[in-house]
Design a protein around this ligand. Sequence first.
Ligand code: NDP
Length: 269
Amino acid sequence: MRPSENGRCPGRLDNEIVLVTGGARGIGRAIVEVSLREGAHVIALDTDDEAGSRLPAAMATSADRAPGTQLWFRHVDVTDESAVAGAVRDVEHDLGPVTVLVNNAGRNVYADPITMTEHEWDTVFAVDLKAAWICAKQVLPAMTSAGRGSIVNIASLHATLTIPGMFPYAAAKSGLVGFTRSLALDVGHAGVRVNSVSPGYIRTALVDEYFAQHPDPDAEARALDVQPLGRLGDPREVAEVVCFLASPAAGYVTGADWPIDGGLGARFA
Ligand code: NDP
């Protein structure tokens, strides 16, 4: 890759406008950081204002950040279609059309399939599945008319292989992989690519909470025991793959689901 005049190699996402849902912390935050390093303007939508308020200051001093990139944080509940539409409208007005959407916001909710209420079911599916469609619906008109764009959905290893106690998270994430395939076929003719990634255990607050609340005190040690690489993943390791898939370097990849699970999905037992 040839350095530009300022000595910087071109980034994978130079001049892209990347919208990351759940971008204030965890995997979403890592995607924000890697996107900035790769030259994108980034909009992080999240409901965690506290984490969001720490985002711009931390990033402004980051040596990783490409010169001239911008970062916005906006409080948006991605299950609220009018709030998402308003945010996308403002981005289009101030920065230009969103060219990359990363549907990352999600909740790990596990419930008993018999006692779970319909309302609880709807709440899980609203974030883990329906929100991806709500966000895609808002950015796709500009992507399809420009004849280019990329959507990456953060699914989970639980979309294909799961363990007891993951109801209905595993069902929602399986739906997200189906959504990815279906949307990829419907918008491919317009030059828009749609892919998903399926992380295994990635060290974030969400996974720490999962182990902390697990009835088995050895749950974390047992999870580590079966990791082919002997460790959990880092959010940055997910972000690097997501940003590659989002970039023109992955121009012939669409409708795919990429595991990022340290080989856990390759195990039979
Ligand atoms: P975190 O809980 O650390 O971060 C998720 C962020 O999304 C939080 O800031 C959360 O805000 C926000 N969020 C949740 N609901 C909404 C909403 N309705 N609107 C806007 N923002 C929202 O999660 P992770 O970083 O661990 O996970 C990110 C994604 O990766 C999720 O989809 C998860 O299912 C998936 N994943 C994670 C794995 C892991 O091991 N960590 C493994 C496989 C998949 P708030 O704090 O307000 O809830």
